[in-house]
Design a protein around this ligand. Structure first.
Ligand SMILES: Nc1ncnc2c1ncn2[C@@H]1O[C@H](COP(=O)(O)OP(=O)(O)OP(=O)(O)O)[C@@H](O)[C@H]1O
Length: 684
């Protein structure tokens, strides 16, 4: 419940009264009456201009005001200014013309005394006037305090800015009227404008940028240019000619004025300590809406609003950072799982030593690196090594597999998106490029990137700027890019699936990782390393690898490269009793063949088995190896299904192929269908 208002009036000595009266005798009379009652008379002015001068020197606590004065201006003109400056005034006039009285009433005087007057009339009206003024001043103060609290609450709510600011606008309306309100929020690298159009008593239409462009027939570029030319250094009110001038100087205000028939404005820029600015512009259809008291109210609200905004922004920043931290954290957890130090790259073959040299050369620079090599040759491992040997090693390495995401999602995954950028974009999300700030981004399977996105990636590499999906601002990036592919990018370029310009941009420093079959001397080392690692993981003793087994490993062609070797050894360790040297648990049939089979079946329109006959020698060898591997793999599956091709659990189903396609491939690979009963000796 509110406390009853009972403000004691200041003593008459402390009440300074200005008399604005051009008749000397009356003015003198008034001075004597006031002086006799103990009031301090500030002075007597004969004209509005003179009164203004005196008020400028010292603000009176009360003005006794005649209507007709010396000069052009009347007491009513001055009354408007007094009201605006919240100086109470009492009219003293002999005028009883009705229209004049109407005008007098509109100025909300604290009293009205008709000439000729008695001393008693003057002193009583003065007393009542002072009391009413003090009373309403306190009421206003309370109202203002309540407004301040309500604004703080509205702005602190956990809602989007658009909703919060609408609530704040609704709260301000009874105090500062407007027909159109725009709030422009500028940050270092981005900005957003919120606009509200009053369409009913308490009804507002949110004017979003697209609506605005449509309504005003403007292009986004034009709007951006107009808005950026709009700079308000301080608060100001613009009525009548001042508004016309503002609108002439300022194309954005002009656009608003013509499209929404606006005629006056009140502007206040709020600059936060985080170097963000909120420029609030109230606009009205009336030519003289904004008074000094509106501006004064805004100036009084400025500090509390700034404090609230700074707090809310700081809170948002903390939330953003903690989200970033959480993301980084989940990456780091993944990192722990896949951690691989440079020392853990095993191999002493000439091929590998050459790669080590290249890695040490390029790692400390910020150069983009393209790692080429078959699947499982260690591309990711080397990407991590490059990151770990660079000055960015204490920052995050973010990996993105371009083949694992649907084309429609890669862009948002890489660059992030704004809320509402597409169906399902419920929140703003930062992309991997932003996440990798200061660190490295590893774009695995770059050859799978859709053409349209390749253009955007090229721009990012050249300009070092990204744009979120659905966003309209460019964000600076500081990220080193390492890309990898198992495709022959030159062939992809020749066939129009990969942009040549991006290829050249990426291949500034290419590193070719040799397939395992070309560095057989590393196989025993790697096998022993993986066996020890698995044994440690499983808590088993390791008794070495049988020589015969090592021989088998060295002679195998390893189409799945090191990953396949690692899997084979891990299985062998699982099956090993921990007391005898390692034996292979199964014949060497490559799991990697699934990929070959898939690409060979023409799913992506890329037939691995359909190389043109004029290929160089080494490519033909590859083709033979692929066919051999595919043959082995199909045989392996047929063994599992006891030779059954069709139906539930048949080889075609396991291979995710149509039975006729499988039969066709089997025929091509020389596998005959007589294999109906599993006979391990016959197949291995
Ligand atoms: N020289 C090496 N020493 C030790 N481990 C290795 C070596 N090269 C690769 N590996 C291991 O082999 C596995 C496959 O390597 P990685 O994932 O880096 O290959 P990739 O070329 O990126 O494969 P893909 O093209 O299929 O993504 C990983 O477990 C990696 O740790």
């Amino acid at each position: 419940m509110q406390k009853p208002i009972n403000t004691p009036l200041a003593s008459t000595v402390d009440c300074h009264v200005l008399i604005v009266e051009d008749e000397f005798v009356i003015a003198n009379d008034l001075s004597l009456i006031l002086g006799g009652a103990g009031y301090s008379v500030l002075g007597v002015s004969e004209s509005v201009a003179e009164a203004r001068g005196m008020i400028g020197q010292r603000k009176p606590d009360m003005v006794l005001l005649d209507i007709y004065l010396k000069g052009q201006e009347t007491g009513i003109d001055l009354a408007k200014e007094l009201e605006d400056s919240t100086i109470p005034f009492i009219f003293i006039s002999a005028n009883d013309n009705r229209s004049i009285l109407e005008q007098v009433k509109a100025t909300q005087p604290s009293g009205y005394i008709v000439k000729p007057f008695r001393e008693k009339d003057i002193l009583t009206t003065l007393e009542i006037g002072r009391y009413r003024h003090a009373h309403s001043a306190e009421l206003k103060l309370r109202e203002e305090k309540a407004l301040q609290i309500a604004l703080t609450d509205a702005l602190s709510e956990k809602e989007p800015w658009e909703t919060k600011l609408l609530k704040a606008a609704q709260l301000l309306q009874p105090h500062i009227p407007f027909d159109y309100l725009t709030i422009r929020h500028q940050k270092a690298a981005s900005e957003h404008t919120y606009s509200y159009y009053r369409v009913g008593f308490e009804e507002y239409q949110i004017i979003r940028e697209t609506d605005f462009l449509h309504l005003t027939k403007t292009t986004p570029e034009q709007l951006f240019r107009m808005q950026t030319s709009l700079v308000f250094e301080g608060a100001g009110r613009y009525n009548q000619e001042a508004f016309d001038r503002l609108s002439q100087q300022n194309p954005f205000i002009h656009l608003l004025a013509t499209n929404f028939r606006l005629q006056s404005a009140l502007v206040v820029p709020l600059k936060t300590g985080q170097a963000e600015t909120f420029t609030i512009t109230f606009l009205s259809r009336q030519p003289e809406t904004y008074l000094g008291r509106h501006l004064a109210l805004l100036e009084r609200l400025e500090q509390p609003m700034l404090l609230t905004l700074e707090r809310v922004l700081a809170f948002e920043e903390v939330a953003r950072l903690s989200e970033q931290l959480q993301r980084e954290n989940s990456y780091l957890l993944e990192e722990v799982k896949t951690a691989a130090n440079f020392e853990e790259i095993i191999g002493t073959s000439q091929h590998l030593l050459r790669v080590f040299n290249q890695v040490s050369q390029v790692a400390p620079t910020d150069t983009t690196v393209l790692i080429l090599g078959e699947s499982g040759t260690g591309k990711e491992l080397f990407a991590r090594a490059i990151h770990n040997l660079s000055s960015r090693k204490d920052k995050i390495l973010v990996k993105i597999n371009c083949a694992a995401l649907p084309a429609t999602l890669i862009e948002s995954e890489l660059f992030g998106h704004e809320k509402g950028a597409f169906t399902g974009a419920l929140d703003r999300r930062i992309g991997k490029f932003e996440l990798a700030k200061g660190g490295t981004i590893f774009l695995d399977e770059i050859g799978e990137m859709p053409l349209e996105l390749q253009a955007k990636l090229l721009r990012v590499l050249q300009e070092k700027e990204i744009e979120r999906v659905g966003g309209n601002t460019l964000i600076k990036t500081d990220v080193r890019v390492i890309a990898a592919t198992n495709r022959q990018l030159e062939k992809e370029v020749a066939e129009g699936r990969f942009r040549m310009d991006l290829y050249f941009r990426l291949s500034t420093f290419p590193i070719h990782l040799p397939p395992l079959r070309e560095r057989k001397s590393d196989i025993p080392l790697l096998a022993t390393f993986f066996a020890q690692k698995s044994a440690r993981k499983l808590g088993k003793p390791f008794c070495g690898i049988n020589d015969r087994v090592l021989g088998e490993l060295v002679n195998y062609s390893w189409p799945g490269n090191i990953r396949e070797l690692e899997n084979v050894i891990e299985q062998a360790v699982i099956l090993n009793n921990g007391q005898t040297p390692l034996e292979l648990g199964r014949p060497l049939v490559s799991a990697f063949s699934v990929n070959l089979l898939a690409s060979g079946s023409g799913e992506n329109g890329r037939d691995a088995g359909a190389l043109p006959s004029a290929q160089p020698r080494d490519l033909l060898d590859v083709k033979q190896i692929q066919q051999e591997t595919e043959r082995e793999y199909i045989l392996g599956i047929l063994k599992q299904t006891n030779g059954r091709i069709r139906g539930n659990g048949g080889a075609a189903e396991l291979l995710n192929l149509k039975p006729t396609t499988l039969e066709y491939r089997m025929e091509k690979l020389g596998i005959r269908k007589v294999l109906t009963v599993y006979n391990p000796d016959a197949v291995s």
